[in-house]
Design a protein around this ligand. Sequence first.
Ligand code: PLP
Length: 395
Amino acid sequence: MLTPNMNYSHLKSSYLFYNIAQKTKAYLAEHPDKTLYRLGIGDVSLPLCDAVIKGLHKAADDQADASTFNGYMPECGAPFLRKAVADYYRAKGVELADDEVFISSGASDELGDILDIFDRSNRSLIIEPAYPAYVDANVMGGREIVHLPSSRENGFLPLPDENTDAELIYLCSPNNPTGAVFSAEQLKKWVDFANERNAVILFDAAYEAFIEDKSLPHSIFEIEGARTCAIEICSLSKTAGFTGTRLGYTVIPKELRRNGMSFNDMWIRNRTTKTNGVSYIIQRAALEVFTPEGQEQIHRNIDIYKNNARMIMQALDKVGIWYTGGQNAPYVWMRCPDGMGSWEFFDLLLNEVQVIGTPGEGFGKCGEGYFRFSSFGSPESTEEAARRLVELLKK
Ligand code: PLP
């Protein structure tokens, strides 16, 4: 008799964004004249930059002519794009071989798929509050999760100690949802821990392009020792507005080996079996992100989002509310006022000032009492939301 993967029955229903949508819909049905100011979304609102759009058009034209047409692409990525990503790392002081870079359709795909190359007996350590996909991908695979709660006391950046015990370690920096960023000294502690324990770090760098503080690392590979214990997963989704266009990359160093097995070789075998690569058109367009013109244009967009984050931070400063993030990340993570619960604060914001955010409890139990604002909305909407926040919280 066929048996489904019963691990799916252990998944908690993903009520967070569903609940937000339901509450928002119900409010609008009752108050059709009201405008909502949305600081809840984790999706970008600005269009692709001009260089990428030109790349897309050029790539479409290439596919129209037999002399420039591309059929199947190499499964691990087009050589031109693997080289461009390796060069991007080199400019940040990280030396990678082109074949240590794997082109993907995005970070979500890789964060789940990469578990294929680790034995099911490995436990996954997940720092919470966390991006929900880490937990769900591990539950689907029937893997044991070690939950490591973080808090305001450690700046939402916990470090390993004598009680830490897991074989796979998820680190997300800059963090979604807290916006907190690990320093090089803090990451070194995780790298040393992983090397001592033979553990592997899965480093999610989806928001690295938002780091402006020059002392903060963009990549785990800026840390000595990381090549023997880390895999980095990155994405152009937030960096370059590719949420709907889809492109990411994963770095697996050749030195990353356990039990005589090379994870780089295993991932080549995995990709060549389970994918036929990312489309030529998207890879050709993504190449433009890594040109000087593309970098200049994507940073112009990132600056708009960073300015939105500043508006939210200034509003919270004005009313003396504790928060983290915002400076080197697109998310601002605030303490709810007067000991309020995060859904209680959601309702208050919606009903009183029509501002939408994301309740921290949706990212794990220790997110209760906190609230996430996203800077990916429009400047106009963010400015009005920030003004309304001050008006409400001053009372
Ligand atoms: N990792 C983190 C921390 C994210 O917040 C997101 C998207 O919100 C992703 C990965 C997924 O990115 P992608 O669009 O590349 O799948």
